[in-house]
Write a protein that binds this ligand. Structure first.
Ligand SMILES: O=C(O)c1cc(=O)[nH]c(=O)n1[C@@H]1O[C@H](COP(=O)(O)O)[C@@H](O)[C@H]1O
Length: 288
C-alpha cells in the first residue's frame, strides 16, 4: 500500500483537512511561552498540543520547512521533532519543502527528506527544472510508497505570471505540467486509484475547476489557500471527488484560530476550526 493509499484512507476516516504546521514563533500565545526554553522547543510544545487536539479530525499534517529553517539549528531540531510527533500520532505528514534541482542534487534532497532525521511521507516539489528534477524521488515511491505533490496551479496571485501563460496549442503552462505529471503517475498507481505523484492545485482560483478534476482523476490534490488566503469550501469542493481525492490545507486559519475565539485555549480553538472546516467542505461537497 502506498502513502497515497494511506492518505486516501485517512481522508475517508477523518476528512480532508490538512493542518498546516507553519508555526511562526510569534503565533504562540504569550502565556504559553516558557522563557526557560528556546524558541524551537516552545514551537515543538505548541505543535504537540495542537497535534494531540486535532489528530482525530485531521486527514494529514503539512510541515512548512521555512518556519523551522529560519531559526537555524534549533529550528531544524524542532522540524525533526515535529515530523516525529506527527508520525507517532499515526497521521500522514507532508514535508512542504518545494524543492527542484538537477538530478544529482535532487537525489540528495530525496534522501534527506525520505530517510533519516527528516523522513516524511510526502514532499512538495517545484517542477520548473523539468522531469529529471522529479525522477530522483521516484525510486522512493516505487520501493517505499513515498509520495509527492508537484506545484501545478498555485494559490498565489503570482500564479498568473508563468502558470497561466498560454502555449501555442492553447493549453496553459499549468496544463502542460499537470498533463506530464499525470502521465508519469500512471506507473505509480496505488490501490485506491491515485498515483504517488499528486498535484498542488490552489483553492483560490476556480476557473476550470471541474475540468481539472475530471482531467486528472488519478492525481491526488494538495489544495492550499483555504481560510487566510480566502479559499472557500464551495470552491474547494470542486477539486474533490466524493469528498476525497484531495487534502485541503489551512495553516494560519488553524494555528491562529484562538485569536478569533476569545477565552478558548489555542489547541481547543484549532480543533473547533478543523471541525468547522471539515463540516463546511462536507456540506459543499454534498451540494455538488
Ligand atoms: O505547496 C503548498 O503547500 C502551497 C502551494 C500554494 O500554491 N500555495 C500555498 O499557500 N502553499 C502553502 O500552503 C500554506 C498556506 O498557508 P495559509 O495561507 O496560512 O493557510 C503555506 O505553507 C504555503 O507555503
Amino acid at each position: 500500500m502506498t502513502n497515497m493509499d494511506k492518505l486516501y484512507e485517512a481522508v475517508e476516516a477523518r476528512g480532508p483537512v490538512c493542518v498546516g504546521l507553519d508555526t511562526d514563533f510569534s503565533y504562540l500565545p504569550e502565556d504559553f511561552v516558557d522563557s526557560t526554553l528556546s524558541r524551537g522547543e516552545n514551537i515543538v510544545r505548541f505543535n504537540k498540543k495542537l497535534i494531540d487536539a486535532t489528530k482525530a479530525v485531521a486527514g494529514c499534517y503539512k510541515v512548512q520547512i521555512a518556519y523551522y529553517e529560519s531559526l537555524g539549528l534549533e529550528g531544524m531540531k524542532a522540524y525533526a521533532d515535529t515530523l516525529k510527533a506527527v508520525r507517532e500520532a499515526g497521521v500522514p505528514v507532508i514535508a512542504d519543502i518545494k524543492r527542484g534541482d538537477i538530478a544529482k542534487t535532487a537525489e540528495m534532497y530525496a534522501m534527506g527528506h525520505f530517510t533519516g532525521d527528516f523522513e516524511s511521507d510526502f514532499v512538495t516539489l517545484a517542477p520548473y527544472m523539468g522531469l529529471d528534477s522529479i525522477s530522483p524521488y521516484l525510486p522512493y515511491a516505487e520501493k517505499q510508497g513515498k509520495g509527492m505533490f508537484v506545484l501545478c496551479r498555485t494559490s498565489n496571485g503570482g500564479a498568473k505570471d508563468f502558470e497561466y501563460e498560454k502555449l501555442a496549442d492553447g493549453r496553459h503552462v499549468y496544463d502542460l505540467v499537470g498533463d506530464k505529471l499525470n502521465a508519469l503517475g500512471k506507473d505509480y498507481m496505488g490501490e485506491h486509484g491515485y498515483s504517488s505523484i499528486g498535484l498542488v492545485i490552489g483553492g483560490t482560483h476556480i476557473e476550470e475547476a471541474t475540468e481539472i478534476r475530471a482531467k486528472y482523476q488519478d492525481s491526488f490534490f494538495l489544495i492550499p489557500g483555504y481560510g487566510a488566503q480566502g479559499g472557500k469550501a464551495e470552491d474547494i469542493a470542486q477539486y474533490l471527488t466524493k469528498g476525497n481525492g484531495g487534502v485541503v490545507n489551512s495553516s494560519r486559519g488553524i494555528l491562529l484560530a484562538y485569536k478569533k475565539q476569545p477565552g478558548t485555549a489555542f489547541d481547543e480553538a484549532a480543533y473547533n476550526e478543523c471541525v468547522n472546516m471539515k463540516e463546511a467542505i462536507a456540506h459543499a461537497c454534498s451540494l455538488l
